[in-house]
Design a protein. Structure first.
Length: 264
């Protein structure tokens, strides 16, 4: 048994690491199928926002809970609680009317395909230098992890790619499912928009995203943590955000087609 374990370990160690750009192309090629599967799922999302002062102390906290589902590729989120209190009366009635209108509009609109983290990584990697490929266990699954640092010499097109040149971090790809399992990204330098007159994202701004398999081969974001330090025109903006998605479940798609959101 010990010899077998050593043999397997050596075989894994000698398996070459795939190019991360190639991995991403495999994920993107499978994205359309994932979008169709995602249409049959709903989940709950709780977002907590902490406004910070110049010293990083919390001055205000706001929490919102929503029920999220998809219609024709369009994401729809129905607000159910604010700061732990359920909507009632006129507020709840107005929210139901808003969601019903969104459902009707989404059904008549062209299908929307959401790239999410996959699209973001697709903009980051071509602007970055990749290093330190390795295999790591993440939530008891084998992942391929790659570090990256934005390349100041990369030729960027547009604001997003220019921003990517100022980013660094690590991306984990699930080895079996070929999905993004986790990403950690931070700005290692200030990023100025419009020469800094319009806005700037300050060094240290970061976000961490985790995704997990929820069934039918579908992976969904389960957590998203952000620290944002920026300036818009003359106003400084500092915030911590924590979003958690949970209670993923299938629902009756026909119910949505009848312009009703999923039952609570």
């Amino acid at each position: 048994m010990m010899r077998l374990f050593v043999f397997v370990s050596l075989a894994c160690a000698q398996t070459p690491f795939p190019d991360p750009v190639t991995l991403l192309k495999e994920i993107q090629a499978n994205q359309h199928k994932m979008d169709e599967i995602r249409e049959n799922y709903t989940f709950q999302r709780i977002v907590t926002e902490d406004d910070l002062d110049e010293k990083g102390a919390v001055v205000k906290t706001n929490t919102q809970e929503r029920e999220v589902f998809f219609v024709n590729g369009h994401r729809i989120a129905r607000l159910v609680k604010k700061n732990g209190v359920e909507l009632k009366g006129t507020e709840e009635k107005n929210e139901q009317a808003r969601v019903k209108k969104l459902v009707e509009t989404s059904m008549k609109s062209p299908p929307k395909r959401r790239g999410g983290q996959v699209s973001m990584i697709g903009e980051i990697l071509p602007m970055a230098k990749i290093s330190n490929p390795r295999r790591l266990a993440f939530h008891d699954r084998s992942t391929l992890a790659y570090d990256f640092t934005g390349d100041p010499q990369a030729k960027a097109k547009g604001t997003n790619e220019n921003a990517a040149k100022k980013m660094a971090g690590t991306i984990w790809f699930d080895e079996a499912d070929r999905q993004v399992a986790r990403m950690e990204v931070h700005f290692y330098d200030d990023f100025r928009i419009g020469g800094g007159f319009l806005a700037s994202v300050q060094k240290g701004t970061m976000f961490e995203v985790e995704r997990s398999p929820i069934g039918d081969g579908l992976w969904m974001e389960t957590s998203n943590d952000q620290h944002v330090s920026a300036r818009i025109v003359v106003k400084n903006f500092r915030e911590n955000l924590h979003a958690r998605n949970f209670n993923f479940k299938k629902f009756n798609v026909e119910a949505v087609e009848q312009t009703h959101p999923p039952a609570k």
